[in-house]
Design a binder for this molecule. Sequence first.
Ligand code: SF4
Length: 193
Amino acid sequence: MKKPYQAKRTTFCGGFKKMEEVFRSVCRICHGGCGALLFVRDGRLIRVKPDPDSPFSLGRMCIKGLTTPEIMYHPSRLLSPLKRVGARGANRWEEITWDRALSEIAVKMDRIRGESGPESIALGQGTGRHHFMHVIRFANSLGTPNWYEPGLANCLLPRITVSQLTYGGVCCGGLLRKSSSQNHPVLGPQSDC
Ligand code: SF4
């Protein structure tokens, strides 16, 4: 697959020449979508810098986006599914493969759907990102209308609704504004929206 942006640069570390690749990307830790430059050396992300050419974030990022390498390589980060072993609350877990996790979940969901009907299953997810529509599609294919994400009740949807009613358009939260940088989470809200 063609990479949208890639540059190579040489740095010096301990007297050794090191080749770094720089990828243009977008931070998705929050809804903001700040333009980011990812510096990769030997297949490892070593740092993130704001993309000065991003028309959206105008060369700025917050500390969450800038510390992406620490999040990626944190020793406590979960890298495979964990299955509870022993009693609930005993905090004992075993690592299992994705294939095994998906297959066990599929068997259980199929059993519940057969015994109690598809509407007995509710799907909940975290705040909306690019996987958002896949979860809704999955609920639809299961045959359940019971799908929930917290933004519908707590943050984004009420914000959009109030903005629509008050201003006739979305004025906060990064959607449908005149200029995408007008309400950027790092740059702050602009008064003319
Ligand atoms: S505001 Fe911070 S966390 Fe959100 S997209 Fe920008 S850099 Fe990432």
